[in-house]
Design a protein around this ligand. Structure first.
Ligand code: FE
Length: 242
């Protein structure tokens, strides 16, 4: 079966004390891998099985969509987090954020409102629209910006399973910990550096695995504009999944 999920990009305890190893263990091993298993089952004998994951997310509905999107969203979520993240972006990305939202503080407020304001289970996103503007949106259940022709740059899972062990029912504290300590601005910068507007992107370019390869290349060649010169490549993925 062609659909796989990549290993976590860091060890399961790497996001402590904000998100504990037990949360990552359950979230990655049970929830994320659970969606993958359900997707594989749902695709058995169906024509969508030969599409890319991103194409399925953009074009399918019902059970196939729900599980495909949850696989894609979680792939993207793990890359949206990093140890010692959060705070302010730097350089070109700082200018983009200030141009779009007025200030980093205004972005933080808008993102927190989107994340806390999602009534049930869902996601908060930073996206690029077809006119190259940065925007914050939220989505319910498995919904994904690709369905609206938007380019995802960053996401935060606000399903309770993402934060309940660490923050109980206090979603706002989880959102604050994300913005202060976990948000991966390098990932946002790498996604923006993909260049072409949404309608020109090939399916592979909006697959999280392609994002990861490009991000690693961008950081390795010193082109990352996310957090300046202290950006360093993530831990080898093979060391992170056990
Ligand atoms: Fe989740």
């Amino acid at each position: 079966m062609k659909f796989e999920i990549p290993p976590l990009p860091y060890p399961k305890d790497a996001l402590e004390p904000h998100l504990g190893a037990e949360t990552l263990e359950l979230h990655y091993e049970k929830h994320h891998k659970g969606y993958l298993e359900k997707l594989r089952k749902a695709l058995e004998g169906r024509p969508e099985a030969k599409l890319s994951l991103a194409e399925i997310v953009r074009t399918s509905t019902g059970n196939v969509f729900n599980n495909a999107a949850q696989v894609w969203n979680h792939d993207f979520y793990w890359l949206s987090l990093r140890p010692d993240g959060g705070g302010k972006p730097e350089g070109e990305l700082l200018e983009r954020v200030e141009k779009s939202f007025g200030s980093v503080e205004a972005f933080r407020q808008e993102f927190a409102e989107a994340a806390n304001g999602e009534f049930g289970s869902g996601w908060a996103w930073l996206v690029k629209d077809p006119l190259d503007r940065l925007k914050v949106i939220n989505s319910s259940d498995a919904d994904n910006p690709l369905q609206q022709g938007l380019v995802p740059l960053l996401t935060l899972d606000v399903w309770e399973h993402a934060y309940y062990l660490d923050f109980r029912n206090e979603r706002a504290r989880y959102v604050e910990a994300f913005l202060d300590h976990l948000l991966n601005w390098d990932f946002v910068a790498a996604n923006l550096a993909l260049g072409p507007p949404a309608e020109d992107l090939e399916a592979e370019d909006i697959d999280p695995r392609a994002y990861r390869r490009r991000r690693e290349n961008a950081i390795a060649s010193g082109r990352s504009t996310g957090r300046g010169s202290d950006a360093s490549p993530p831990s080898p993925p093979t060391a992170s999944s056990s």
